[in-house]
Design a protein around this ligand. Sequence first.
Ligand code: FCB
Length: 471
Amino acid sequence: MSAIDDFRVSGLEFPAGFTFGAATAAYQIEGAATEDGRGPSIWDTFSQTPGKVENGDTGDVAIDFYHRVEEDLDLIKSLGLSAYRLSIAWPRIIPAGLGEVNEAGLAFYEKVVDGLLVRGIEPVVTLYHWDLPQPLEDRGGWTVRETSYAFAEYARVVGERLGDRVAVWTTLNEPWCSAYLGYGSGDHAPGRRSEAASLQAVHHLNLAHGLALIELRKVVTRPDARYSVTNNLAMAYAADPANPEDVDAKRQIEALQNRAFTDPQLRGFYPQDLLTDTKHITDWSFVHDGDLELINQPIDIVGINYYCTGTVRRGPEHSTEGTAYPGATRVESVEQPGPHTDMGWNIAPQGLYDLLVATHEAYPEYEIMVTENGAAYGDQPVEEDGGKRVHDTERVDFLLRHFVAAHRAIEAGVPLTGYFVWSLMDNFEWAFGYTKRFGIVYVDYETQERTKKDSALWYTKLAETGVIPEA
Ligand code: FCB
């Protein structure tokens, strides 16, 4: 924690050209799950399986973005944002995962991208935000190589259609979640619980990333288009930094969550300690000769999603089958001090600062963007002066402190060029359904009415002036 001011200062100015954006993902907002030829994804199957998602919520309707594109793009415009990070639903483009291309899907995203450009907002497009076509999961999902090649083909199809317009291409969102929550702990779709499967998924996601970049570069024509990947890197601390065992626990978590992705993606190798830590689970023979060269394609921007910190120590031996940390049999998490958000995540702007600095130190040649940061709170709209207001003072405070942390990272030399608040609007929060509100815009799920929260008004001032406003 900063001894000086707790990151609560206003008046700091971001460099000219800094990107202030907001982020969403297809399954969380679109709805229209069976319209215009969209095929089922693993999240449709998972959310329709009793007991997987709170209240049995699904993305069938979500916040109906599919039918509200124009008004929602107007909303982004009215917030003064210069970029919007969206994801494309693979099952809308290639409904069976392989084979036939669905023209209606391409037309939909073309409408979104054109609608952004016409309003002067740069489209930042993520190709995979967790909605794997179900037919591919039926063939093995991310545990098999075929899925990586299918992804590359999908990337090519999208790149051919939108490659003259998209500003930033992001291959994957948080492959850590796709691999370890999807195939290890089973908390996310497809809900499998196998340590070996989760490590196979790590590799095939990395391979998909590299293969997709190769295809994109063949077809993208926008001269200033840039390429990126978004990882949710852990900001892990050792419970006792003077205790080598705790420091080793931290090393192990960083290998699994961070370097398992960034080293192959940005450096072209898997960390030796990761292979050693997991050798009782797999011999990694699913990594074929030449794969690492394929994965290690040049990119321009390292995207980081940051929400909270973790602290670990050496603990007693325990099984890690069915967890998100394969092989970390002697790592124990320490409860993080509060305050916490509605997700139970601790609020730690210092963690964002530390993570940005550490990432820059490890991979100094890359530009960095915060592709997600934000907070869930139990917002309640109130009637005031004949209109609706949402006084989300905690979220304003959260954003203020994290933007100050980002600003300090820039001052410390981190080439941070953009920041996307999660999320533009309240939406389907995966296994939590609609119970967690992350939006800076409130959504009434009965009427689909959108109402800017105080945080949206605060963020607009920041985006329009580049200067951190008072909370
Ligand atoms: C991230 C996801 C995003 C959202 C936030 C709260 O892990 O990328 O879709 O759910 O968490």
